[in-house]
Design a protein around this ligand. Structure first.
Ligand SMILES: C[S@@+](CC[C@H](N)C(=O)[O-])C[C@H]1O[C@@H](n2cnc3c(N)ncnc32)[C@H](O)[C@@H]1O
Length: 304
């Protein structure tokens, strides 16, 4: 056990390893309502426990922001499962100019340091992980968001088959706005609610889409309350949570879509071929048809 009661956390580091942190301030962009590390005043935070993200650029960016925000002399504990980036944390901290002590526990690598690190290295990691405009896609994006620098093939297949929609709709798990941009090319769309649990994706979607018909929510689509009577839903449902496959997450998205559509409303859905959506669509929708299948993905059109 690391004997510190943390005031600040990023994600959900296992409490069996870092100790209880019930009242700590949350900084993960994947927790709606959390504080933003980007906005934390330099040198202001007393101690930090971080469940490090798996992607290299995103992880170094997060560690660099944390080092910038940490009060000198206070403790930074960074951990992750060994096979989800944990084995790389010590090297990342060294690159950022920090001496760290590494231990292993419960399949995690745990690194303890106190910063402040090398100012140039910290600034450079922040630069590498910042939001950026991708000229080839014509979109703003950021390392760490879903499929951050390419259009996901499942989403691309849905875009090929999506007709011009009309009325009120929602994009559940909207990411940086790839599906929504096409939906909004139809002048018959009157309202589109875009929801994502990742603040960075919502911020990028705001930059990518300027349209008065749009309402963007940083929220968990499973619990959003005020949506009802919609004419359409589009989605590429997530099926990973905390780095692990979680098919129940995507299935809950299908249930939410059925709940928020009006009778006769249409759900357009793309999925990896291996995901079992048929069984969940059948009892919830009047008709459900797979309208395309290619390259490991399938597209469903389901009418409530
Ligand atoms: C497969 S990606 C699709 C992104 C985007 N629609 C596209 O086509 O590129 C799924 C998205 O769902 C988001 N997500 C995951 N869990 C969520 C939840 N509980 N509520 C809302 N969004 C969630 C992820 O952050 C991710 O952006």
């Amino acid at each position: 056990m690391v004997e510190v009661e943390f005031e600040n956390i990023y994600g959900a580091p296992p409490q069996e390893i870092v100790g209880a942190y019930g009242a700590a301030v949350q900084f993960s962009p994947l927790v709606p309502g959390a504080q933003s590390l980007e906005d934390a005043a330099p040198g202001s935070l007393n101690g930090f426990a971080i469940l490090a993200p798996p992607g290299t650029v995103e992880r170094r960016y997060t560690l660099a922001l944390a080092l910038r925000a940490l009060r000198p002399g206070t403790r930074l504990v960074v951990l992750a499962p060994k096979d989800k980036g944990g084995a790389r944390i010590i090297g990342d901290l060294e690159k950022l100019g920090c001496d760290a002590v590494e231990t292993a526990r419960r399949h995690h690598r745990i690194c303890v340091t106190s910063g402040p690190g090398d100012a140039m290295a910290v600034a450079s990691a922040i630069e590498d992980g910042r939001p950026q405009r991708l000229d080839d896609l014509g979109l703003w994006s950021q390392p760490g968001v879903f499929s951050w620098n390419r259009i996901d093939p499942g989403s691309a297949l849905l875009l090929e088959h999506l007709p011009a929609l009309s009325g009120k709709g929602a994009d559940l798990g909207c990411g940086i706005g790839v599906l929504a941009r096409q939906v909004l090319t139809s002048p018959k769309v009157t309202d589109l609610t875009m929801i994502d649990i990742d603040r960075r994706a919502v911020d990028m979607a705001k930059r990518n889409i300027e349209d008065d018909r749009v309402r963007l929510l940083w929220a968990d689509a499973r619990t959003v309350k005020d949506l009802t009577g919609l004419d359409f839903v589009v989605m590429n449902p997530p099926f990973h949570e905390g780095g692990l496959e979680n098919q129940a997450l995507g299935q809950t998205f299908v249930q939410r879509a059925a709940a928020i559509l009006r009778k006769g409303g249409m759900c357009w859905l793309t999925a990896n071929r291996h995901l079992p959506y048929e069984a969940i669509l059948k009892p919830l929708f009047k008709h459900g048809t797979m309208i395309a299948e290619a390259d490991g993905y399938k597209i469903y059109q389901a009418q409530k």
